[in-house]
Design a protein around this ligand. Structure first.
Ligand code: ZN
Length: 310
């Protein structure tokens, strides 16, 4: 070519392929855009590549996965090459839809909606990808995770979120969610220890030492309060089904009694504080008056001395 400096669309596209193989993705994106400007015949796949690189730049962006999915819709080939890897167009479309849904669910702020959306995303992931690897993640991070494995993790996460959300109003139901989460964690080879601990807390019951009400859910519906029960009281409590005294001899107190006592104690403490402050202020004022009187006397004495000298 006489004017080799100016590459045509196809030459630019070929350069981009080389750049992708060298993992120079930013450069490749720019070259692909130039190839599109020069009307390359490979426009559809060039757009797919640009979108594929955008996903790699931010693996947590639902918009990037949506963008890639849209570009794949316009691709008229069953599979394509990216770098040294081959991708199945249909499978990749499904993967993009699933990943976008998973990340969007994770970004939700309302716990109940988030938990349910994560479950739905996990079910779709299991159905669409199953035991196949998530290819995009594998390509960019080198970690091979199957759809099922990721879905199982999402199910655990969803159940934990729902448990935390409902704990306040229904500890029993929250314990059921934690049980589910535990099962999913175990399926993924994790210990599930945190779930077990929460289940124990959620289902732990006591009799409030103060009001005698029975309460379920340690850490939210009842608390421990430091005290010094007599040995006789400790002994008597051992016979009860739902204890009022813990093994460390602290008292179980329901949330209502606990907050009532705490708030009253705060109010009393604040009263003492205000009183002490007032007394300090009064003392200060008296001291100030004495200092002023003393000042006046010194001035008077100074005047008398200087008068006697003259
Ligand atoms: Zn109580």
């Amino acid at each position: 070519m006489a004017f080799g400096l100016f590459k045509d669309g196809e030459e630019l596209f070929d350069s981009a392929l080389e750049e992708i193989k060298r993992k120079e993705y930013d450069k490749a994106q720019k070259t692909l855009n130039k190839a599109l400007d020069k009307n390359t015949k490979n426009a559809d796949i060039a757009r797919v590549y640009i979108a594929f690189i955008s996903v790699g730049n931010d693996l947590n962006s639902p918009g990037a996965y949506d963008g890639l999915k849209n570009r794949l819709e316009g691709l008229k080939q069953d599979s394509f090459q990216f770098g040294l890897a081959t991708f199945d167009t249909e499978m990749l479309k499904k993967e993009c839809a699933c990943m976008s849904a998973c990340i969007s669910a994770r970004n939700m702020s309302d716990s109940s909606a988030k938990g349910n959306a994560l479950m739905e995303a996990a079910r779709n992931l299991m159905a669409a990808i199953g035991n196949n690897n998530l290819r995009i993640n594998e390509y960019y991070t080198g970690n091979a995770i199957t759809g099922t494995r990721m879905a199982t993790g999402l199910m655990a996460e969803a159940n934990e979120i729902l448990a935390d959300d409902i704990f306040e109003s229904d500890p029993q139901k929250a314990a059921e969610y934690q049980q589910q989460a535990y099962n999913f964690r175990r399926q993924n080879g994790e210990s599930g220890e945190a779930n077990l601990r929460k289940m124990q807390q959620y289902s732990k019951a006591c009799t409030c030492w103060i009001c005698g009400r029975q309460v379920v859910g340690e850490g939210l519906h009842f608390f421990l309060m430091s005290a010094n029960p007599s040995p006789q009281q400790v002994e008597k409590d051992k016979g009860e089904i739902q204890h009022s005294i813990s093994e460390s001899r602290d008292l179980y107190v329901c949330r209502a009694c606990y907050t009532a006592i705490s708030r009253r104690a705060d109010a009393i403490a604040n009263g003492y504080y205000d009183k002490a402050l007032d007394q300090m202020r009064a003392g200060d004022a008296a001291l100030q008056a004495q200092i002023l009187a003393m000042d006046a006397r010194i001035t008077r004495l100074q005047t008398q001395i200087s008068f006697m000298r003259n």
